[in-house]
Design a protein around this ligand. Sequence first.
Ligand code: FAQ
Length: 319
Amino acid sequence: MQDLTLEHAFQSKIDADQKIEPRDWMPDIYRKTLIRQISQHAHSEIVGMLPEGNWITRAPSLRRKVALIAKVQDEGGHGLYLYAAAETLGIDRATLIEELHSGKAKYSSVFNYQAITWADMGAIGWLVDGAAIMNQVALCRTSYGPYARAMVRICKEESFHQRQGYEIMLTLAQGSPEQKAMAQDALNRWWWPALMMFGPNDKESLHTEQSMRWRIKRFTNDELRQRFVDMTVPQAEFLGLTVPDPDLKWNEERGHYDFGPINWDEFWNVVKGNGPCNLQRIKARRKAHDDGAWVREAAMAYAEKRKQREVQMGIEHRA
Ligand code: FAQ
């Protein structure tokens, strides 16, 4: 009975567009859904550093190198804000990281594709960050306070990422025929994985209905995917590149682009761990974690020493 009253008050708060904060009562399943989504989001950010991190030493100019380093660093920061937001729900970061390393937790399918040319840095910024922003702008109004607030800053940085990617594409598209061909090839390879980032079609989506009721999600997977297509096709036209979809056409009646079927077998195959780079990505993450053990130990020892010094000084002060 008491739970029903609490649940009613909780839903009323959400319906009134008020934020749920860490100390507020929340149904267990709301907490679980948020831990799942926020941690998967955090994992995506830090695994997402890998395809681009691999290109830092090969960036074609100092300006490109500086921008790419800043972007990859931002992604590490986004991971940290998101892990911190997840921790407010009562789970610790070590557990979340363990779930990533063991394969229990998911991360975005898109980061299991290989970045094989410099043009891929353009396509990732333009398309992958473009898709991420489409989803994340909506998340700035998600019902859980710490997640919504983390998203505000993340979106500002993502918009710089998207522009740096588009500028790389523009430079290549206006360059030599070989450079334009590189840009087209990158668009061909990243277009469909970018559309898959939004998740399964609404009728196949396990969590959308409940997450919409709780205003964790503000739009469905298909709504956001459609918005992304509508925004991105004119950008491809401006670049003079062709979106690799023979079914793509403007539908006057709907006021949207129609687009061809997504290969969901490929999507689920990648999600289940069998994409081109799944093993490589987890191996790299595990190695980074193991190599960083001494930094974590040193930071803990320093924090402990500082705490003891503060206690000591407190005693001396009182004496
Ligand atoms: N990949 O019922 P739904 C970025 C899973 S950040 C892998 O529709 P939901 C920045 C889903 O987890 C990109 N798995 O699920 C950057 C669920 O499995 P589960 C990440 C996927 O949660 C840019 C199952 O399928 N962004 O890119 C994917 O309601 C460049 C059923 O799906 C976020 O995480 C997928 N694409 O909707 C960094 C945004 N899609 O958990 C570096 C926050 C679905 O039951 C470089 N997340 N699944 O085992 C969300 O908005 C939602 O979680 C969705 C999925 C929309 C991703």
